[in-house]
Design a protein around this ligand. Structure first.
Ligand code: ADP
Ligand code: MG
Length: 213
């Protein structure tokens, strides 16, 4: 059956992160990626999609995070019994809690900026694929660029996930401060975000640090 995956704006801007997540999904043999369309996701669609967390404190952050820059919409074909394993391969929702074997551990440094969305079960798969298809007009089989080409272009670009996570943990523990690490964080993000304009670096910095202190 069909599920919805979204390469979120952080995964799209941090190039090796996005390419690594896509490669991990493709190499897993657990699913097939059947579309790859770049869109700035409308806030109204996100309000429907994320209704279940609209009461949470992080919700305003989440909507701004998801609607400010382009994402890639990916319809995913998988056996329904595989979805749990694919979600496990992605790792915990909060990236700093992701297991060392997961993709988020390798590619997403910290917090709710977790690089990628995937429908959590059959019911969500049905609801989300219909909602996103009806709202955006994207269909299975539509690709802006073949995913293999995207992976080849970006997989070996710099990935500073582990170093960034180390810094964020130091700040979270109170051993360092954002003011002290500010320059280094921006430097690492700039290096990962091949070809990105400075406003995208600022966006990433905000997404990753807003919930830190
Ligand atoms: P998932 O995406 O793993 O199914 P949820 O549906 O609970 O998780 O939440 C939707 C999105 O909201 C998450 O992918 C993540 O980006 C963000 N999020 C969830 N929980 C938190 C949290 N405790 N702190 C920050 N962001 C969160
Ligand atoms: Mg969910």
């Amino acid at each position: 059956m069909l599920f919805l995956a979204v390469l979120k704006p952080d995964g799209a801007i941090r190039k090796a992160s996005g390419a690594g997540i896509l490669k991990g999904l493709m190499d897993s043999g657990l699913c097939r990626l059947c579309s790859f369309k770049e869109v700035v996701v409308p806030a109204q669609l996100l309000a429907e999609h994320y209704k279940h967390v609209s009461h949470r404190g992080f919700y305003p952050w989440l909507i701004r995070y998801m609607s400010s820059y382009p994402s890639f919409v990916i319809f995913v074909e998988a056996e329904r019994e595989n979805i749990e394993n694919i979600r496990r391969l992605l790792g915990a929702t909060r990236a700093h809690e992701a297991e060392a074997t997961s993709l988020r551990y390798r590619y997403c440094p910290y917090g709710g900026a977790n690089g990628v969305h995937l429908s959590e079960d059959e019911r969500a798969g049905r609801f989300e694929t219909k909602l996103w298809r009806d709202t955006l007009g994207i269909r299975k089989g539509q690709f802006d660029i073949p995913i293999e080409e995207y992976i080849d272009a970006y997989f070996d670009k710099p990935n500073h996930t582990l170093e960034l996570r180390r810094i964020f943990f130091e700040i979270a523990k109170g051993n360092s401060s954002l003011a002290e690490q500010d320059k280094r964080i921006r430097e690492l993000l700039r290096e990962e975000s091949v070809g990105a304009s400075e406003d995208r670096i600022e966006f990433l910095y905000w997404v990753l640090t807003d919930q830190l202190e």
